[in-house]
Write a protein that binds this ligand. Structure first.
Ligand SMILES: NC(=O)c1ccc[n+]([C@@H]2O[C@H](COP(=O)([O-])OP(=O)(O)OC[C@H]3O[C@@H](n4cnc5c(N)ncnc54)[C@H](O)[C@@H]3O)[C@@H](O)[C@H]2O)c1
Length: 355
């Protein structure tokens, strides 16, 4: 199989986990059906080691100019170091700032305003990039659109890992479709994160005939993602995505509350999530489930993106363009066509089989 040439915009904690993960799993036994920690060892014929990073963009002056292998471990990145990464020969290049940083992040991410941004489309094209991943801070609406536009110009697919609406926006969907390029998003659904756990419980209640009366989710963490989200104007799209991911499963109106994320500095990349579900069972008797999830946040996203990258490459190979609706429904919180996780899982299996 060909190499999958991947570029990343935003070399934060999620990018760190992804780059480390490609290194960590590069020597896995290809015949092994189950490899601890990953959803698919081989995905439609593609192995994890087929992923090759060809470009990286950031605005942080402490990351720009460094090899990607070094930039991923540069503060304020704080995620788990689970793999050594050799020099990759890919220097982080300066992207355009636009609305990339809100007030909070401007205080912790140093930007050299005299440094000129590279032409993103030119870099993507020159390196033969198949897919650009958007890992910018939430709230970077204009910057995300800028990178999506440059992916279109360069002729590469676009994965929108963040909640700004791109894949779920029919206009962007049409533009990628017309350009013959695949698109996936929006807002990656973590491997076992708050959304999938919450959805699984909702699904259980519905299938067992429990009337859901109240449902609540709150998340705390101490990485830059949480610091950014603690700023009200930056977190709107995240709350909307998280709410839609839960409410879209419930066939009646009920009280679903997704509380704004709380920034707790000492937690670093550790995320804690509390979910409460209240309902009525037989005879109207009450039932409550309280769950606490405690997980390293960024590897949780990377474990999913590693499948999406391969799905996008399969789409490129097969000439499938526009939003990959089945892939989006399984791997993202706000897909263009939401459905149950069970249905989406079946569709992903079919997608892999079809390729
Ligand atoms: N489990 C998860 O961690 C998870 C799940 C779903 C979605 N997400 C989303 O993924 C995104 C990335 O998360 P993260 O934890 O890596 O964030 P992060 O804060 O660690 O990294 C963001 C990076 O983007 C850079 N940046 C800012 N503006 C830029 C620009 N204009 N061009 C290029 N780079 C720019 C920052 O300097 C930083 O390095 C966030 O929007 C987050 O909400 C994360």
């Amino acid at each position: 199989m060909d190499k999958i040439k991947v570029a990343i915009a935003g070399i934060g904690n999620c990018a760190s986990s992804l780059v480390q993960g490609v290194e960590y799993y590069k020597n896995v036994d290809e015949k092994s059906g189950f490899v601890p920690g990953i959803l698919h060892n081989i995905f439609g014929g593609y192995k994890i080691k087929d992923i090759e990073f060809v470009a990286a963009f950031d605005v942080d002056k402490n990351k720009v100019g460094k090899d990607l292998s070094e930039a991923i471990f540069t503060i304020p990145n704080c995620t788990l170091k689970f793999s050594k990464v050799p020099n990759l020969g890919i220097k982080v290049e300066r992207g355009p700032l636009i609305d990339g940083l809100g007030e909070n992040l401007r205080g912790v991410i140093p930007v050299d305003t005299h440094q000129e941004a590279v032409n993103i489309a030119d870099v993507l094209k020159k390196r033969g990039t198949d897919i650009l991943i958007n890992y910018l801070p939430t709230g970077s609406k204009k910057a995300s659109e800028f990178y999506a536009e440059h992916a279109l110009t360069a002729g590469c697919g676009f994965i929108n890992g963040i909640p700004e609406s791109i894949a779920s926006d029919p206009e962007w969907g049409k533009r990628f479709k017309n350009a013959g390029l695949p698109l996936a998003g929006d807002d990656i659904k973590s491997q076992v994160g708050a959304t999938i756990v919450h959805r699984t419980l909702i699904d259980l209640f519905i299938k067992r005939g429990v009337k859901i009366e109240e449902s609540y989710q709150v998340n705390t963490g101490g990485n830059t993602d949480f610091y950014n989200l603690s700023e009200k104007t930056r977190s709107e799209s995240k709350l909307t995505c998280k709410y839609a991911a839960i409410q879209s499963l419930i066939p009646y109106k009920t009280s679903v509350i997704i509380s704004p994320s709380n920034y707790v500095e000492f937690q670093g990349d550790n995320k804690i999530c509390y979910i409460t579900l209240k309902g009525r069972i037989f005879g109207g008797a009450p039932l409550t489930i309280d769950v606490k999830l405690n997980v390293e946040d960024s590897p949780n996203s990377a474990g999913v993106i590693i499948d999406v990258i391969r799905a996008m490459k399969i789409a490129c190979d097969k000439g499938i363009s526009g939003p990959l609706t089945d892939i989006c429904a399984y791997y993202f919180k706000n897909p263009p066509e939401p459905c149950s996780d069970e249905d989406a899982y079946r569709k992903v299996k079919k997608f892999i089989g079809r390729s």
